[in-house]
Design a protein around this ligand. Structure first.
Ligand SMILES: Nc1ncnc2c1ncn2[C@@H]1O[C@H](COP(=O)(O)OP(=O)(O)OP(=O)(O)O)[C@@H](O)[C@H]1O
Ligand SMILES: [Mg+2]
Length: 371
């Protein structure tokens, strides 16, 4: 998917929907501007990390994906690039936020122009603004044909992103000296990460993989069947809310509550302790949502999720993978472990769990087919 790099010639678009995004493997930066921190990675060939940065963003600079303070953000990015001597200018941007509309749609087999028209029709009813204020892109996920059917159907992952949102990020990055080559979204990036995970484990290829991103403002659940996108659920709670709750239940301010959260294993703690209780309540709420999503997948496919990979800063909470595993009855692994191996960057340590989107956005779209 390349939301901003649509070619003009419409007839090329079908072909380009699973197109070569980077013609040559030129060095490129992966950029993830999250609500709590900016992550930038410089990749070498073969998915090996050259340099990486994770810099905190002051509270209020970004709100649900919308940039509230452009100039200070430009300053932060410029500084981290300079301090880390990152010279590469081309970047791939991971775009997120509540204003993105991402849908899986099914159509009869049709050409690119018709697909775009149909996506517009389907999506326009859920857009809060005019359709012409959005960039629309799609990727064909599957071609499904029943044995006795004459024609099959195509399953499409469609994205509508407000132009204003895309241009505000491009503007910030341009002012920081970077050139956005393309933009990608989480379900697609996570699909590429899924390929990365399973390419490392050729003897152990689960068909049904769930990836959960525990961010600061949101928690995202995605399920992939043979590394092909199946579903995505976004929950508007993240680690920031948990920190606030811990702060409210104690006499700690948010900075202290954050530090306390990093250093404490709440799971197995005393349930009469109001903080422990609040942490359990928070995760039990999320886990009920995860379970419903996984059950929905089971009902649709008659298959069950084999493994859950967790990522995002919130996944670093001590004891969380074990608790999830015990509650959901599914093996839970940290994506960071895989990232450290594939990118040959042991030194990443726990940052490997925070960088997957920045790494994933640089991976070539057709990479899976190259295996
Ligand atoms: N060691 C840790 N233990 C527990 N929580 C942690 C730890 N490290 C970071 N976090 C939490 O992770 C969250 C930040 O994660 P991340 O950097 O993935 O979010 P983000 O990408 O900035 O946010 P979003 O994706 O929602 O925009 C914060 O809520 C922070 O409290
Ligand atoms: Mg994030």
């Amino acid at each position: 998917m390349a939301i901003i790099k649509r070619k003009k010639k419409q007839s090329d678009m079908y072909h380009n929907s699973i197109r070569k995004i980077i013609e040559k493997e030129k060095p490129i930066l992966g950029v993830d501007i999250g609500s709590s921190s900016i992550k930038i990675v410089a990749m070498k060939k073969n998915h090996v990390i050259d340099k990486w940065v994770c810099e905190s963003v002051p509270i209020g600079m970004l709100n649900q994906g919308i940039i509230e303070a452009k100039e200070p953000l430009v300053g932060i990015i410029k500084d981290v690039l300079k301090i880390n001597k990152i010279k590469i200018k081309d970047c791939a941007l991971y775009l997120s936020g509540k204003d993105l509309i991402i849908r899986e749609l099914t159509f009869p087999k049709m050409d690119d122009l018709q697909i775009i028209e149909n996506i517009k029709q389907e999506i326009s009813s859920v857009l809060p603004q005019n359709l012409d204020e959005y960039k629309i892109d799609y990727k064909i996920l599957d071609y499904i044909k029943e044995e006795d059917a004459l024609e099959g159907q195509i399953r499409v992952l469609a994205v509508a992103a407000p132009e204003k949102l895309i241009y505000s990020y491009m503007d910030v990055l341009k002012k920081a000296g970077l050139k956005v080559k393309y933009v990608d979204v989480l379900p697609n990036i996570a699909g590429k990460l899924c390929n990365l995970i399973h390419s490392e484990r050729s003897n152990d290829k689960p068909n049904n993989t769930c990836i959960i991103d525990f961010g600061a403002k949101a928690t995202e659940v995605m399920i992939f069947r043979d590394c092909n996108y199946f579903l995505h659920k976004s929950i508007s709670y993240g680690g920031g809310y948990l920190t606030e709750t811990i702060s409210q239940r104690s006499d700690m301010d948010e900075a202290d509550a954050e530090e306390f959260k990093h250093n404490t294993n709440f799971f197995g703690g005393d349930l009469d302790d109001p903080i422990v209780r609040a942490v359990y309540d928070y995760f039990d709420y999320l886990i009920r949502d995860f379970a419903r999503t996984i059950e929905f997948y089971g009902n649709r496919t008659q298959e069950s999720v084999d493994v859950i990979y967790v990522m995002g800063g919130g996944s670093l909470l001590k004891g969380l993978p074990g608790y999830l595993e015990s509650q959901l009855g599914i093996k839970v692994k940290e994506i960071g472990e895989v990232i450290r191996t594939t990118t040959k960057a042991d030194a990443l340590g726990s940052y490997a769990s925070i960088l997957p989107q920045a790494i994933g956005v640089t991976l070539r779209e057709e990479w899976r087919r190259e295996r």
